[in-house]
Write a protein that binds this ligand. Sequence first.
Ligand SMILES: Nc1ncnc2c1ncn2[C@@H]1O[C@H](COP(=O)(O)OP(=O)(O)OP(=O)(O)O)[C@@H](O)[C@H]1O
Ligand SMILES: [Mg+2]
Length: 393
Amino acid sequence: MNIDLSGVLYAQLKEAEGKYKAALAKNDIDGVKKFAQICANTEKQLAQKVPDQMKAHLDKAKRWEEAARTAGTAPPKKAMVERGEKSGQTEEDFSSFGESLIQTSTVTWKDIGGLAETKNLIMETVVIAGLNKPESIKPDKGILLFGPPGTGKTLLAAAAAGSLKATFFNVKTSSVMSKYFGESTKLITALYESARKHAPSIVFIDELDSITMSRDGDQGEASRKVLATLLAELDGFQDKKSDKLILTLSATNTPWSLDDAVLSRFPKRIYIPLPDKKACQDIIRIQTKGLDISNVDMEKIGDLCVSNHYSGRDLQNICRDAMKSMTRRVNKEIFDNIENMAELPFEELQKKTLKAGPLSMEDFTQSIARVKSPLTPDDLKRHEVWSKQFGAT
Ligand SMILES: Nc1ncnc2c1ncn2[C@@H]1O[C@H](COP(=O)(O)OP(=O)(O)OP(=O)(O)O)[C@@H](O)[C@H]1O
Ligand SMILES: [Mg+2]
């Protein structure tokens, strides 16, 4: 019998890479040699176990061997250090970093309840960039979305990716903030180079605050450099003459932690508030798509959601919870018999179907009683005050 060992090998590789990086950070040359060699050996084994990626694994094995051989002699830049989510790459691979962030999404504008103005603004920006226009009219380069957690900021970016004909780069702040030897600044440069190459492009930087907040000690120095590079890219002096769209879309739920230098690069700062009554109703309809909610008093539910300060994320949880209650109610034969069902082989379970029935008002009121908004009135006030003072559309 063939046993697939690739999962174990990938885990082994990850562990060895972690130890390699730790050794590198401590300048422990023996450790660097040892763990680079382990990585090389593991890559070779992976080349055997995963034939369709044999060449890639053998290439990486070669580079790890090189890293083991030159440990302590090569300048740190040549060493194999973390680059975003990919590891085991060498200097020449920077150009592929930008490409690796390109994403597609199946979310569209229709999946978003409320926020009509914000959706329009993002669409407008992309359309203006595409149209022929007088030289002095330029599309916006930076849009900052801010507001309490769970209000749909990341979802908006996903919908932009799913609906607009632009290349979408999804930047996880943590992956850019790899802290070895100032690599992060090169990642930002590589990212915007790719964005220019694939324009029109949208670069989405989620949780922007985490680049600007950690400003103490060594990492502080690294984040300052990253920030400076990012700001230079946002100024976009390389493509001042070009009218290609490179829109940087950013999101944060702590806008007050951003400094003036960052804010000034985002001329459009859009408050994404908690949903109002109509938006709450829309979000519930979206989250329960395909199910019968005609027995639910949406007027009353809408009012309850607003007075409880629910975010879109809370509403998603409420709908999931309500759907669970409905499922239990209409599939009694399954749930009253759950212990026996749990013993059935998976293939047997796959032959049975879970029924869906109408959602009742009670399903919702019970879920609403269970779900509490994590936000305090002070949190909301802080967003509103900041929005009045610094928001700009
Ligand atoms: N306006 C909305 N319409 C439909 N669903 C929404 C809306 N807002 C939030 N949701 C639901 O809540 C989930 C969380 O939203 P999202 O991740 O976009 O919040 P966020 O504003 O980015 O929060 P955070 O600040 O914590 O990152 C979404 O996946 C979606 O299911
Ligand atoms: Mg988010």
